[in-house]
Design a protein around this ligand. Structure first.
Ligand code: ZN
Length: 292
């Protein structure tokens, strides 16, 4: 009976494995810590074994390029004791051009697989916080964190697209990620461009903060180009339209390829494309049949 009970406890307990609990318990815990990160004077003790094993770029920053040169020199002088010396060389790293709460969010992700926003204690607004986390994650190529920050941002902007916060978000993203590369959007840019495209007619004509939207658009031509670059995918071929091998009608397939036209059921946030035979569906659904 005792065995049965213990098995039941294990099966019924959805708690995470002890390894994970142990790792999470180390976040913000100076015990066993072997490294300090600083940002705007704020310090946090961390565990290199947890952070550096998850990201080679952070590992490089924490180990420091310059120190490698020193260690080679020291190795020549001191021989085998180098490992001890090298560990002693670099014990802290300062994050520049970044907010402490943003660094903290990244570290939280490293230990907990998630991060949260606390309105009480954080200086920047929540939208700005997620933007900065996404940009920092992009800088260090931590794709899952970048995707997580973009998802959190998307959730808020889906509700607040007609709020000044959205205008501020566009400004912030295009200010920090200024350079325009045609056809290439970082994930955080894709979020604001996607939201803008979805509500573009309302943003331009109707919404109460339209003047703010116009201002931010005028100041950020790259933003407008990104919106247009996505639109032009509909009209990129020589004839002015995408052409498809339509699988739905013999009248279409008999012509080889046919042009896609704007569907009659299109709405500003839901573009539908129509073949001459009358099939209307999204560009994504047509993609497998497009001929370029
Ligand atoms: Zn057709």
């Amino acid at each position: 009976m005792a065995d049965t009970n213990s098995i039941r406890v294990t099966e019924g307990n959805a708690a995470e494995p002890p390894l994970l609990t142990g790792v999470k318990s180390l976040f913000g815990n100076a015990r066993y810590a072997d490294f300090t990160v600083t940002c705007e004077g704020r310090k946090r003790k961390i565990h290199k074994a947890i952070v550096c094993t998850q990201n080679e770029w952070l590992a490089k920053d924490f180990e420091g390029e310059d120190d490698v040169g020193i260690s080679i020199l020291v190795r020549k002088v001191f021989g085998a004791d180098i490992d001890l010396l090298q560990d002693a060389i670099k014990t802290s790293f300062n994050f520049e051009d970044c907010r402490p709460d943003v660094v903290n969010a990244m570290l939280s992700y490293m230990y907990n697989g998630d991060y949260s926003y606390d309105e009480e204690t954080m200086r920047e607004a929540e939208v700005e916080h997620h933007i900065q986390v996404a940009i920092l994650a992009h800088h260090y190529s931590i794709e899952p964190l970048e995707a997580m920050a973009c998802q959190k941002l998307q959730t808020i902007l889906d509700c607040k697209w007609n709020d000044l916060e959205f205008v501020n978000a566009i400004e912030s993203v295009y200010d920090k990620e200024g350079t325009y590369y045609p056809g290439e959007l970082s994930p955080v840019k894709a979020v604001v461009v996607g939201v803008a495209r979805k509500h573009i007619l309302d943003l331009i004509w109707k919404y109460e903060a339209t003047a703010d939207f116009h201002c931010v658009a005028e100041r950020n031509p790259g933003f407008l180009l990104d919106i247009l670059a996505r639109q032009t995918v509909l009209v990129s071929s020589d004839s002015g339209y995408e052409r498809v091998r339509c699988p739905y009608h013999s009248s279409c397939s008999g012509r080889g390829t046919v042009p896609l036209l704007l569907g009659r059921s299109s709405e500003s946030d839901r573009i539908r494309l129509r073949c001459p035979g009358g099939k209307e569906q999204s560009l994504d659904d047509w993609l497998p049949y497009i001929v370029r």
